[in-house]
Design a protein around this ligand. Structure first.
Ligand code: COA
Length: 168
């Protein structure tokens, strides 16, 4: 049975340094990061540095909040040069909140503003590991279409991993 989240409890806002402990809860959880292109963050210092140098410094990187408490992130990176019409989106939330529709709400919120925030953007892509069915379902629910399959070299041992590309 589904528990449907009240969308008014969800918001997107820039990260603050005071989010460090909430951020570490999911960024240090291998259940969450195994689907992302980075290793878990293991210390409060590393978490604070990531918030300052990656999250806050990024042009479009938002904290997904439940009742204004940071429980995850969503970001959009616009490509440069001739590819500036393209953007990549990434997201994750803490495992204790999975399956409540929160990321679906967050992606809808992001879509309602990123095309205004990046006027050159005409295409938004999400690369999802084949086995990450939950993530694929999130973007399909909001209208992304599967375009094809890409082969990425990832991780310290440069393992080939297949990712589906979904596009809106
Ligand atoms: C992927 C992730 C963001 C989804 O967040 P979420 O808030 O649980 O997503 P939602 O609840 O909005 O939607 C999940 C959907 O996937 C479905 N789903 C979850 N696991 C599934 C599985 N193994 N097979 C098929 N569908 C699955 C859910 O049933 C739901 O669909 P429904 O509403 O039609 O029932 C979250 O699991 C996460 O943070 N994962 C780790 C990081 C990550 O994978 N990031 C994305 C990298 S591309």
């Amino acid at each position: 049975m589904h528990f449907f989240m009240d969308p008014s409890r969800i918001s997107l806002r820039p990260f603050k340094l005071s989010d460090v402990d909430d951020f570490l809860k999911w960024a240090g959880d291998e259940k969450v990061t195994r689907y992302m292109r980075r290793n878990p963050i293991t210390s409060r210092e590393e978490a604070a540095e990531h918030i300052a140098k990656v999250a806050i410094a990024h042009p479009w990187h938002r904290s997904i909040c439940l009742d204004d408490r940071s429980i995850g992130y969503i970001s959009v990176r616009q490509l440069s040069g001739d590819d500036r019409c393209r953007g990549n989106m990434g997201y994750a939330i803490a495992a204790e909140y999975w399956g409540q529709g929160i990321t679906t709400i967050a992606v809808k919120m992001a879509l309602s503003s990123v095309f205004q925030d990046f006027p050159d953007l005409v295409r938004l892509e999400v690369f999802v590991l084949e086995e990450n069915k939950g993530s694929q379902r999130v973007v399909e629910k909001v209208g992304f279409l599967k375009e094809g399959k890409y082969n990425f070299l990832t991780g310290q041992n440069s393992i080939h991993r297949h990712r589906n590309c979904l596009v809106v």
